[in-house]
Design a protein around this ligand. Structure first.
Ligand code: ADP
Ligand code: TRP
Length: 326
């Protein structure tokens, strides 16, 4: 199967990105043809500082390589290196009803959080549909927040296919229930745009500080507590083996457990999980030529696939480009 996903380079990646998306992306490499890219044009809807966008893009590429993206079998590239995707987005914008985008939760949530929307933020799902459909992808592994965007993609593909002929297969989302929504340290969905994230590669001191600042209730130590409503416990569930999760669940319910103790265990568990990768990432970061080679080759091969689709699209809509310079 062909698997595709994108991550916006709009900040350092956090453990929500890792457990909700990145980990699945890497597991799927074993048995599938995978394409993963940095959704730079999507980030441009919110990050409008060239230096930052460039740095975040390299950061995401390094994160993928650190966790074992294998360039021999998986394509990794930057969205802008396949410019045909923006061409297809325009074509799709002409078959997308306004109402479909007006119903998008992600857009409505961002506006509700006070982000001044630009047109790009509104048409964001159309570009995402182009990302997915230009490679005629079958499966799209993402976190829960992207579910509706995949439904919109299917709607756009159906509209196009009905109007111009069946070029696009309908892709399916791939969302793991246990990690569909990782909460942030304030209890809302963890997101780079809410500033409530636990980044994967914080240095120990900063990590400890972040963990200690997780919001917990003010019940006294003796009181029995509900583990499932407690953010540190929800993080421990992502990191510990089942027996130890059980142990902490019982300690919560029994009372006599202070949040300081849980947070200390959480800090250690995060260090154990991500700490060893920090060094590997540092080494990779020194080899910029290697990272660039991977991205260049990924883009070259992705573009070949995209161009095959675009030939069909241009023909179908009645715009074969006959006079273009080579
Ligand atoms: P952010 O909201 O932090 O900007 P992105 O939108 O770039 O993150 O998301 C990249 C991937 O990580 C997507 O597949 C998204 O669904 C997933 N993801 C982001 N935040 C979470 C979260 N809190 N829980 C689970 N998955 C998440
Ligand atoms: N919108 C996605 C997110 O914020 C990123 C993205 C852009 C994407 N294009 C994509 C994800 C195509 C999957 C497939 O997480």
């Amino acid at each position: 199967m062909r698997v595709l996903s994108g991550i916006q380079p709009s900040g350092r990646l956090h453990i929500g990105n890792y457990f909700g998306a990145l980990r699945q992306h890497l597991a799927l490499q074993e048995d599938n043809e995978c394409l993963y890219f940095m959704a730079s044009y999507h980030s441009l809807t919110t990050v409008q500082d060239g230096k930052l966008l460039r740095a975040y893009t390299t950061d995401v590429a390094l994160d993928y390589l650190t966790f074992g993206l294998d360039p021999a079998r998986t394509l990794m590239f930057c969205q802008q290196d396949v410019p045909e995707v923006t061409e297809l987005a325009w074509v799709f914008s002409c078959v997308t009803p306004m109402g479909l985008l007006e119903r998008a939760h992600s857009y409505k949530d961002k506006v509700a959080h006070g982000i001044m929307p630009n047109v790009g933020l509104f048409t964001y799902p159309v570009l995402m549909a182009a990302d997915i459909l230009i490679y005629r992808s079958d499966v799209v592994p993402v976190g829960m927040d992207q579910k509706q965007h995949i439904e919109i993609t299917r709607d756009i593909a159906t509209k196009f296919n009905n109007q111009f002929g069946g070029i696009f297969p309908l892709p399916d989302g791939y969302i793991l229930e246990e990690t569909a929504v990782v909460p942030g340290i304030d209890g809302r969905k963890m997101s780079k745009s809410y500033g409530n994230e636990v980044e994967m590669f914080l240095e120990p001191k900063a990590l400890r500080k972040k963990i200690m600042s997780i919001v917990t209730d003010s019940s006294p130590v003796e009181a029995p507590k509900d583990p499932e409503g407690s953010i540190p416990f929800l993080y421990l569930k992502l990191l510990l083996p089942p027996e130890e999760i059980e142990y902490w669940r019982e300690r919560y319910k029994a009372g006599g457990l202070g949040y300081g103790e849980v947070k200390q265990r959480l800090y250690e568990a995060l260090e154990d999980y991500f700490g060893p990768y920090r060094e590997k990432r540092r080494e990779l970061a020194r080899d910029t030529a290697y990272v660039e080679d991977v991205l260049r080759e990924g883009a070259r091969r992705a573009r070949l696939l995209a161009n095959e689709t675009m030939e069909l699209v241009r023909e179908a809509i009645g715009l074969p480009i006959s006079y273009k310079q080579p």
